[in-house]
Ligand binder design. Structure first.
Ligand code: KMH
Ligand code: ZN
Length: 288
């Protein structure tokens, strides 16, 4: 099915859980899942509530963000063992991560990986995504059978996606899915107007999701649903559920997203439906 503008729409909503991120410290946010057991527990809870994809940033034994492949593989295996979620590793990492290490996470053989489409100010930092890195990640994912979730932090990043696909071909699986990451200080604002401005740049056949950082979570979610988009939620992006009310856990955010998706009459996609949409093959039997 396509919308009036040609964008692919589905009868359900793909909910991606981003449970941890690389920015918050466990000491500041005790509910943040950082151990393998905590990540697995939140993944299971959120799958039961409607999440179909998990976007993973891995932490080390000291709870700091890490791209250490032994640890990354351990987390990927543990989530696969306990859930049917599509396992999407972050190739964005933390703003301090060396670019080659961000490419190397693909060695952990996730189902999918994020692929950020341009350099953007990130608060006081810079999240660096030069063109050569974008091409390298896209090409390596194609060769290794990993499905990208493109991430756009600004309108121009969608033009970069069109240029990337024109020059380097479609992603593995053939389907293009892009996440609008809105409300990052330095990127596009998390507003209905900004989301609407992105829509003409989303090409026919692509699907999109949106996530609103911080207090933009709810307006972005409502705007995305109204435009036929999908949702990403989780404690990577949102730590406050309502004014003066800290998020209890990731399940609270997924439950809210799934509830709004139901109200929009586009209920949460199952993991099987998500795999079909994204062009990802079924999980390997051995794992469960
Ligand atoms: N942690 C941010 C600097 C991604 O996961 O691909 C980048 C990020 C994007 O979260
Ligand atoms: Zn991320």
């Amino acid at each position: 099915m396509t919308s009036g503008t040609g964008r692919a729409t589905t009868s359900g909503t793909l909910i991606t859980l981003a449970p941890t991120g690389a920015e918050s410290a466990k000491a500041d946010v005790p509910a943040l899942p950082v151990t393998v057991d905590e990540v697995v527990a939140t993944a299971r809870d959120c799958e039961a509530l409607g999440a179909a994809v998990v976007h993973l940033h891995v932490r080390d034994l000291d709870t700091r963000p890490t791209l250490d492949l032994v640890r990354v593989r351990e987390v990927v295996a543990a989530v696969r063992e306990s859930t049917d979620l599509v396992v999407q590793l972050s190739s964005g990492g933390a703003v301090t991560d060396p670019l080659p290490d961000r490419v190397a996470v693909l060695d952990a053989e996730p189902d999918a990986a994020s692929l950020s489409l341009g350099t953007v100010n990130f608060g006081r930092d810079v999240f660096s995504n030069p063109w050569d890195l974008i091409v390298e990640l896209h090409t390596q994912m194609r060769e290794r059978g990993i499905v990208p979730e493109y991430e756009a932090f600004d309108l121009g990043h969608l033009a970069t996606l069109s240029r990337l696909l024109d020059r380097h071909g479609p992603p593995h699986g053939g389907h293009v899915h892009v996440d609008l990451v809105m409300g990052v200080p330095g990127g596009m604002p998390g507003t209905t107007a900004a989301l609407a401005a992105c829509l003409p740049a989303i090409e026919p056949g692509w699907t999109f999701a949106a996530t609103g950082v911080g207090r933009t979570s709810l307006p972005v979610m409502l705007a995305a649903l109204s435009a036929g988009g999908h949702l990403r939620v989780g404690m990577e992006d949102t730590l406050t559920y309502a004014p003066d009310e800290p998020v209890r856990d990731n399940a609270q955010l997924v439950a809210r997203a799934a509830g709004l998706a139901r109200i929009a009459q586009r209920p949460a996609l199952t993991t099987t439906e998500a795999r079909e949409l994204l062009g990802i093959s079924a999980p390997q039997e051995a794992s469960r």
